[in-house]
Design a protein around this ligand. Structure first.
Ligand code: IVH
Length: 346
């Protein structure tokens, strides 16, 4: 095989492997048996070994390839990453709706309704379909360069799939850990006499902010995309719900709970629907998010300080609170078993 043939064959294998990764890790629906996948992967490794000059960072073989870092570099987001204003009750939601309705002179507003995942926001930059860098939110303008760690997350494509690959794309989404992943991770940490994580969010943050990407690669990190930052491409994206559909076609996991909502009544119904479903979800959420669907309308509304005026998070009441330990009562059972009972301030 000469270099020209190797280049072509590598391109072909990388494309195939990327598609099979997507079927397996994102859609949970593999096309081929593991043995066939391993065969393709071994073929890729062999050609890259013979032609090391043809290895590119977005090759599926490069998920764990980096040496540990001393510290994270700073990385600037092309478009700043905003955070969301909050609503805590129906009244605040009504006020939000009325304000937007007045400003847009429209009674019937369309929103994208989404779950608010409780993890860590990241920004992933793709150039010509290849993953270039990934950063944490930081102060919104720049964050920590966690590119090597993000490459180890199998749900995140190193190369985009599908059609209309953009010249430039910033993908925004949440890195999180499922309940099952969290229990397994802590079991493992306990076995290895390492730090036990307090909750899935802390576990996700601790795993993503590892200086050694080999450690990150052992952590059960998941990803869900919820938006686009900078975008340069042929396809015109006019609605946020279309952006979510397109992200899915490019290979990203997108929440199946996302839904287009018309008017305040559907927004409030969606909150109740997700509240009822919350316990059954495989991961933690702390509210629902509403975003004006029409991107032109988003532009008209603009931002105020660090939050968009076209979106809001309607938060669930907290499940965790701080209280005072008033007393410890010791109950002694019939057989002499001693049970301490905490008396807490309401
Ligand atoms: S949109 C333009 N959508 O919540 C608004 N954020 O305070 C930018 N989050 O930093 C955020 N799920 O970590 C958006 N479906 C979702 C989200 C979501 C979780 C987090 C994210 C962000 C914070 C906003």
């Amino acid at each position: 095989m000469n270099q020209k043939q190797a280049t072509k064959e590598l391109e072909n294998l990388r494309k195939k492997i990327t598609i099979h990764n997507h079927q397996y890790y994102v859609l949970d629906d593999p096309y081929i048996p593991d043995s066939e996948y391993d065969r393709l992967f071994q073929q890729l490794i062999k050609i890259e070994k013979d032609f090391p000059q043809l290895i590119i960072p977005s090759s599926p073989s490069q998920r764990v390839g980096a040496n540990p870092l001393n510290e994270f570099d700073e990385i600037k987001h092309i478009i700043p990453m905003l955070s969301l204003a909050n609503a805590f009750d129906k009244n605040e939601m009504k006020k939000f709706y009325e304000r937007l309705s007045n400003e847009l002179s429209s009674e019937n507003l369309a929103f994208s309704g989404e779950t608010k995942l409780d993890g860590l926001a990241i920004n992933i930059l793709y150039e010509n379909g290849n993953l270039k860098t990934a950063g944490t939110r930081g102060d919104g303008f720049s964050g920590e360069d966690v590119s090597q760690n993000v490459r180890t997350i199998l749900q995140i494509p190193l190369q985009l799939i599908g059609e209309n690959i953009p010249d430039l794309l910033e993908v925004r989404g949440e890195v999180y850990i499922t309940h099952k992943g969290f229990i397994e991770l802590n079991k493992n940490q306990k076995k290895e006499k390492k730090k036990i994580f307090a909750n899935p969010r802390n576990a996700a943050a601790g795993s993503l902010r590892q200086l050694d990407s080999k450690i990150t690669s052992t952590r059960p990190l998941s990803f869900s995309a919820y938006g686009i930052g900078k975008y340069k491409g042929k396809l015109k994206i006019k609605y946020h719900t279309h952006a979510l559909k397109q992200l899915k076609l490019w290979g990203f996991p997108v929440s199946v709970e996302s839904k287009k909502l018309n008017g305040l009544r559907e927004c409030l119904e969606y909150y109740l629907y997700i509240s009822n479903k919350r316990k059954k979800l495989l991961y933690d959420i702390d509210g629902v998010v509403y975003k004006i669907d029409n991107i032109e309308q988003q532009k008209i509304l603009g931002n105020v300080s660090r939050s968009p005026r076209w979106a809001i998070a309607y938060k669930f009441p907290p499940t965790e609170e701080i209280t005072q330990l008033l007393d410890i009562e010791v109950q002694v059972g019939r057989t002499g078993t001693v049970t301490p009972v905490a008396r807490l301030a309401p």
